[in-house]
Ligand binder design. Structure first.
Ligand SMILES: NC(=O)c1ccc[n+]([C@@H]2O[C@H](COP(=O)([O-])OP(=O)(O)OC[C@H]3O[C@@H](n4cnc5c(N)ncnc54)[C@H](O)[C@@H]3O)[C@@H](O)[C@H]2O)c1
Length: 327
């Protein structure tokens, strides 16, 4: 199959592209190499993809509507996995404009390109953050219209835009709500990365709200397996969380076993072989205390239940970090 992955130099993008290439698909990957975190890490991920003969890489921003349409015409993807976005809850308080540009304008430009050159299935990355102040566990059929952060608001806007294109132009869409994904080649802005870096350097870690938070952590291998299985699950009209006419569905992609932040820190300490020096800070604006997903739909659609335990996943990341950064 011909697959287009946006954000292919990103954490989830690289792992997804590698899996689909291994499965024998032709992958076109685009990325704008935005400066939100080390572009060198994105370049290193992208380089791994360019080593495959069936990979075609393009450096471009989603905001460039003409270039995006040109790419859709040339690549004619059957499956589009839309991962490129300005991610991160906390940064969205400092740089909201980059979220509007990448997540709303960028998604709109992609939808317009696919209106001209339709794909069999558009899979769009959304986030558990859209559930806002709902009470966990979150179900796809729950209302998700009280975002607590600008990041969540832009991801919900992207979901809504995609839904309207599904309804109006019959573009099949799966809206994938990811829950704190982690693994090797991770993002430097995420807690596991920051904590590992600080603990190995003997520096303090910032712990918000006394560590009294729970996250439904999802290992990258489980995400990639879910994505690979979902590519063939083109939604019919009237899927969960969508209008009766729209070939659309919302799917939670989550580990399904929430972990307390303190246990996560303990797993990092065990893997790093050092105790953390904690700097206690109040709860951050826009953060959610608990995330937990109901993953029944994912299991029903794919026959797969993510269940990677936290300790080996954290250990794998710490080993990768030591090797990649030589510490
Ligand atoms: N990692 C998680 O825990 C998590 C959780 C929930 C949702 N998500 C969503 O999953 C997707 C992938 O996340 P990730 O962790 O791989 O993030 P990432 O930042 O590593 O990857 C995103 C990639 O998109 C690129 N990009 C950003 N804006 C762009 C633009 N305007 N044009 C072109 N390229 C652009 C970046 O350069 C980056 O390489 C994102 O949509 C994110 O919001 C991730």
């Amino acid at each position: 199959m011909r697959v287009l992955i946006t954000g292919a130099a990103g954490f989830i993008g690289m792992h997804t592209a590698l899996r689909l290439l291994r499965d024998g698909h032709e992958v076109t990957g685009l990325d704008g190499f935005t400066p939100y975190y080390e572009p060198a890490l994105k370049r290193a991920r992208f380089k791994r993809l360019t080593e495959h003969a069936s990979f075609a890489g393009h450096e471009l921003m989603l905001e460039d509507a003409a270039a995006l349409k040109h790419l859709a015409r040339e690549a004619r993807p059957e499956i589009v996995i839309h991962l490129a976005a300005q991610a991160g809850v906390r940064y969205s308080l400092d740089e909201p404009a980059s979220y509007i540009g990448s997540n709303i304008v960028g998604t709109f430009n992609l939808l317009e390109a696919l209106r001209a050159f339709p794909a069999r299935h558009l899979m769009l990355a959304s986030t558990s953050s859209v559930y806002g102040s709902n009470t966990p566990p979150f179900r796809e059929s729950d209302r998700a219209d009280h975002p607590l952060s600008i990041y969540a608001a832009t991801k919900k806007a992207a979901e809504d835009l995609a839904h309207s294109y599904a309804h109006l132009f019959s573009q099949p869409v799966t809206l994938m709500r990811f829950f704190t994904v982690y693994g090797t080649w991770y993002r430097p802005d995420m807690a596991l990365f920051k904590f590992t870096k600080a603990i190995l350097a003997g520096e303090p870690i910032d712990v918000y709200n006394g560590g009294r938070m729970r996250r439904d952590f999802t290992h990258i291998d489980d995400v990639v397996e879910s994505l690979a299985r979902l590519t063939g699950q083109t939604p019919a009209p009237g899927g969960d969380g969508c209008s009766p006419r729209a070939p659309c569905r919302v799917v939670n992609i989550a580990g399904g076993a929430p972990v307390a932040l303190d246990d996560y820190i303990a797993a990092i300490e065990a893997a790093a072989g050092h105790k953390a020096i904690r700097r206690e800070l109040p709860m951050q604006a826009g953060d959610m205390t608990d995330t937990a997903a109901n993953t029944d739909l994912l299991r029903r659609l794919t026959g797969f239940t993510p269940r990677a335990p936290i300790e080996p996943g954290v250990r794998g990341f710490v080993e990768w970090y030591r090797g990649h950064y030589g510490v």
